[in-house]
Design a protein around this ligand. Sequence first.
Ligand code: SF4
Ligand code: F3S
Length: 107
Amino acid sequence: MTYLVLENCIKCKHTDCVEVCPVDCFKEGPNFLVIDPDECIDCGVCVPECPVDAIVPDTDKNVDVVFWTELNTRLAKKWPTITKRKAALPDADKWKDTPNKLDLLEE
Ligand code: SF4
Ligand code: F3S
């Protein structure tokens, strides 16, 4: 099992989540974060930290778990670890809850 970062994070990237992860398994891209499924210990403490509810367990039946697990796994291999909170992206509030942001993901 792992936790996954979903589409809501794209173009927001609040980074509150990274401060609480006990095993530093968040990886940072230009406008999105992912969790490394190989490092996540399934503690769940990051979930309530995200202001846009972008983090879910891979047991969540409302999401395409196969797709999001593959995306988190693939990007975790190429992006660097982030452990310190930083300012959210400038238009984070504007993009909050905007649907269909996947095409805007920068790798
Ligand atoms: Fe880190 Fe726990 Fe969140 Fe996994 S569930 S990413 S170990 S804080
Ligand atoms: Fe993204 Fe939420 Fe973390 S917006 S960076 S998953 S706090």
